[in-house]
Design a protein around this ligand. Structure first.
Ligand code: ZN
Length: 147
């Protein structure tokens, strides 16, 4: 295995790990926000997690909240659909299943790419077909795919 190929695999493994890790992190935040909310809520940029959603945007109104970390003191209700916040702010409330779905799709793509069969190997049994002229895998009889 050449150095370039090794580096490529290492990078793909890192990407796959990062994607799966972010998915796990999002699920953890979803569960955690049933009891706690936290983040930064102005003045200026806002990024906070609450009720199974992430709130992002800008808060320009009076009485900004700053850094918050508090117990949600009412029955947990998750946010399921995105909406814009009313009031003197530009806030988008994005339910966490949306970035979770994104991370699942990214993970699936990266997973497929990471475990893809390298060129030059039989697609059926991974036998090395370098220099094959018969057009058929000598190991399992699979037709050789020319790429
Ligand atoms: Zn084969």
């Amino acid at each position: 295995m050449g150095k370039a190929r090794y580096t490529m695999y290492a990078r793909r493994r890192l990407g796959l790990f990062a994607s799966v890790f972010s998915g796990v992190l999002i699920v953890s935040l979803f569960i955690l926000t049933s009891w706690y909310r936290g983040g930064y809520a102005g003045p200026g940029p806002v990024c906070a997690f609450t009720e199974g959603a992430v709130v992002v945007g800008f808060y320009l109104g009076p009485n900004p909240n700053g850094w918050i970390f508090e117990k949600v003191n009412y029955a947990p209700k998750s946010v399921w659909w995105p909406r814009m916040s009313p009031g003197p702010a530009f806030l988008a409330i994005v339910p966490l299943w949306m970035p979770f779905l994104l991370s699942v799709m990214t993970s699936a793509v990266l997973w497929r790419r990471y475990y893809a069969i390298p060129p030059g190997l039989c697609r059926q049994c991974r036998y090395n077909l370098t220099g094959n002229v018969s057009g058929v895998c000598p190991e399992c009889g699979e037709k050789v795919q020319r790429r």
